[in-house]
Design a binder for this molecule. Structure first.
Ligand code: MF3
Ligand code: CO
Ligand code: CO
Length: 270
């Protein structure tokens, strides 16, 4: 999300809301699982959008949150960010080709609650630089998630992510951040993916739910927004990667609400 927000109240979710967020999160994860077999050379991002849209609406009987969201209204149901696109890429007739690296970001609304998650896909064999950037970015997300427990601060998340990105000579995008999520798509607090001392003031409590969604660049962190007012691209046109999960603060740690089957055992592999 963009770094502006009005209501700064951090909502502690009730047991009933958490149950609904688990359902929404699972559905969002299942869209990423469903779309994987379609991500191959020759398909357009608009076709991927259509498949996801129809699955969310007809099979899941849920709502694709991006469609009509924001100003100007986002025109599609998913975000597809290819190669040097950092985030908020708009699905189009652009055909995916071997060597492309792609982020698909899915947000569904079910029973009034949101699940938000994204992952990287490779079209054919990935270039070694794209594969490495994607892997390090996923590790950044997991290292951020591992900070989550009651009493930890949002600063701990940003510090862990920034440390790992910089150790690998990558940069962290600062203009977009993770966010509280619930009955609204984007709510307080903002989760910065780099360290800032103000983030230390926000302390995690059981029942908070927010996203962690680092955007990591191969080159410099700087971006520009295209005239469509959504698509964010790297200024230097080098690659960017992003992974996202929706995370609940539990009594003794965290629960990933958007975990996919392929991620089982991720902590042992980290
Ligand atoms: N899913 C994005 C996020 O992680 C937000 C997309 S806003 C949209 O916060 F309008 F582009 F869909
Ligand atoms: Co998000
Ligand atoms: Co998202």
């Amino acid at each position: 999300m963009a770094k502006t927000d009005k209501d700064q109240t951090i909502k502690i979710k009730t047991a009933d809301e958490i149950a609904k967020m688990r359902v929404a999160g699972k559905l969002a994860a299942e869209v990423l699982e469903m779309i994987a077999e379609h991500v191959k050379p020759g398909i357009s991002t608009a076709q991927l959008d259509r498949i996801c849209h129809d699955y969310i609406v007809n099979v899941q009987q849920a709502i694709p949150a991006p469609l009509g969201y924001g100003t100007p209204p986002f025109p599609k149901s998913i975000c597809t960010s290819v190669n040097h696109v950092i985030c908020h890429g708009i699905p189009s007739d652009k055909i995916l080709k071997k060597g492309d690296v792609l982020n698909i970001d899915i947000t569904v609304i079910k029973d009034g609650y949101h699940g938000d998650t994204s992952k990287m896909f490779f079209i054919g064999e990935p270039p070694i630089a794209g594969k490495r950037l994607s892997e390090i970015t996923q590790q950044c997300m997991y290292l951020g998630i591992k900070q989550v427990r009651p009493g930890a601060s949002m600063g701990d998340i940003g510090r862990a992510i920034q440390k790992h990105a910089h150790a690998n000579h990558y940069s962290v995008v600062e203009e977009f951040c993770g966010h509280g999520i619930g009955s609204r798509f984007h709510e307080a607090p903002q989760i910065l993916h780099y360290y800032h001392k103000d983030s230390d003031k926000i302390v995690m409590q059981p029942g908070m739910i927010f996203t962690i969604e680092p955007m990591i660049n191969q080159g410099k962190r700087h971006l520009k927004i295209l005239p469509d007012q959504w698509t964010a691209v790297t200024k230097d046109h080098k690659l960017s990667a992003q992974w996202e999960h929706t995370v609940l603060v539990t009594q003794d740690g965290f629960e990933i609400l958007t975990l996919r089957q392929e991620e089982a055992g991720w902590q042992e592999r980290l």
